[in-house]
Design a protein around this ligand. Structure first.
Ligand code: ATP
Ligand code: MG
Length: 426
């Protein structure tokens, strides 16, 4: 009977063969946000359930059916974060980061949603996100969009993603629009599927998001949010578009882009790709001027985005854009033959690391025949084996044996061997 415990469905292990690719991506992301002088914020992965319920909105998919919520031992309801904007707002308020100042922040880490696992959709996934506070104008909206556009260029995938843009206006303008939308949907009730019937009372804007082909014709004729914008939001949107035009970033106005979470106002955007099937949104974001106040703070404008790292990784894989890592394994593999040599090998490894900070060195553990040690050296990926025999030990020498290319094996005094390694692996 097999009763091995396995990982939770939809939650992935990252194995060592794959981690260099993730580290590559994470390095790219960190250096990018650093170039724009955004500063990192780390918050816990669990929060009080009320934080997400209040911010994301009760009638959203995330809150209705995707949250990992549980009572802790004190009976307090906690939730594994399904996204991080609300938590960043919570932390920024709690520590006074929003007091009469602007902030440009970023975070990276795991998020949790109880969804049906499939390609590009997992129950634990990772996001990098940007959040900027205290700035109302469209210039900061443009900045974060340009930052994301630079990322696609930096990764070599710019021509494979499209920017979709919309404005949701103010909550008041949206409420008026909502009324006209409900009137329209009620007149077409017979076309609405079951999900949409339900949303008609809870979250009618989300009906616009529906991918049901049977509703496509009806949705195409629905009143458009952009026609219901208040003047200030319209002007904000026009300025954003002309800033993007001036910066040479292309976009597609998508009047039906509403995004899944309740807290957005004015600008919303997504970067999408056709290369990943239906999980095509790589990055989503927008402005959320009402959120801080909604969570009990002083009114503070905010704007941000989140990138799904698994989807980005899938895309980079599909497009073959992950560079073969320069250092796939060890540079050198130190092995020892003979009793005293074996006892000294670990210590010699430390001396070599002291002298050669750039060297990636693996020291053989567990003894064995010369042949089996050389086999392990070969598998480590090292380009040279360093051999310490009792003879070398006695004379203060080290033998260097090339593993990848033909070349003479040489026995050098320890200092000369260190100098040689320093030249070889700078
Ligand atoms: P979708 O419409 O695909 O469900 P979403 O609107 O729920 O996405 P957001 O809350 O905007 O997603 O999160 C931002 C990004 O995080 C998404 O664009 C996507 O790249 C990624 N993402 C969201 N949910 C998942 C998931 N379950 N697995 C992997 N990535 C995800
Ligand atoms: Mg979703």
């Amino acid at each position: 009977m097999s009763n091995k415990i396995q990982a939770i469905r939809g939650m992935n292990d990252l194995l060592p063969d794959r981690s260099p690719a993730w580290q590559y991506l994470e390095r790219q992301l960190r250096s990018l946000v650093d170039r724009y002088d955004y500063r990192e914020i780390r918050t816990p992965i669990v929060e009080q359930t009320a934080l997400f319920a209040r911010s994301i909105g009760e009638a959203t998919d995330v809150v209705e059916k995707e949250m990992y919520t549980f009572d802790d031992r004190n009976g307090e309801s906690l939730t594994l974060r399904p996204e991080n904007t609300a938590a960043v707002v919570r932390a920024a308020m709690e520590h006074g980061l929003l007091h009469n100042q602007t902030q440009r922040l970023w975070y990276m880490g795991p998020m949790f949603r109880y969804e049906r696992p499939q390609k590009g959709r997992y129950r634990q996934f990772h996001q990098i996100g940007i959040e900027a506070y205290g700035m109302t104008g469209p210039d900061i909206d443009a900045e974060i969009i340009l930052l994301s556009a630079r990322l696609w260029r930096q990764l070599g995938m710019a021509e494979h993603v499209t920017l979709e843009l919309n404005s949701l206006g103010t909550p008041e303008a949206r409420a008026a629009y909502r009324d006209s939308l409900v009137t329209y949907f009620e007149a077409h009730r017979e076309v609405l599927d079951e999900d949409s019937q339900r949303r008609l009372t809870t979250n009618p804007l989300r009906i616009l998001d529906s991918k049901n082909p049977a509703m496509a014709g009806m949705l195409a004729g629905a009143p458009q949010l952009l026609d219901h914008l208040d003047d200030a939001s319209r002007q904000h949107f026009e300025q954003l578009k002309s800033t993007l035009d001036a910066a040479g970033v292309g976009y597609r106005i998508n009047p039906r882009l509403v995004r899944g979470l309740d807290y957005y106002s004015r600008t919303v955007f997504e970067w999408t790709t056709t290369a990943l099937g239906s999980q095509g949104t790589v990055c989503g974001g927008g402005r959320y001027d009402g959120l801080v106040e909604q969570l009990g703070g002083k009114p503070t404008p905010g704007v941000g985005f989140a990138i799904g790292l698994e989807r980005l990784m899938l895309l980079l894989d599909t497009l073959d854009l992950i560079p073969a890592e320069a250092h796939g394994g060890a540079d050198a593999y130190l092995l020892a033959m003979g009793d005293s040599a074996e006892r000294n090998a670990i210590g010699l490894g430390e001396r070599l690391r002291d002298a050669l900070p750039a060297l990636r060195l693996q020291v053989h553990c567990g003894g064995g025949s010369f042949k089996s040690q050389i086999r392990r050296a070969d598998r480590s990926g090292a380009s040279v084996a360093l051999i310490l025999g009792d003879d070398e030990l006695e004379k203060g020498c080290l033998t260097i044996k090339p593993l990848r290319e033909d070349g003479e094996q040489q026995t050098l005094e320890l200092d000369d061997a260190i100098a040689w390694l320093d030249r070889q692996f700078p």
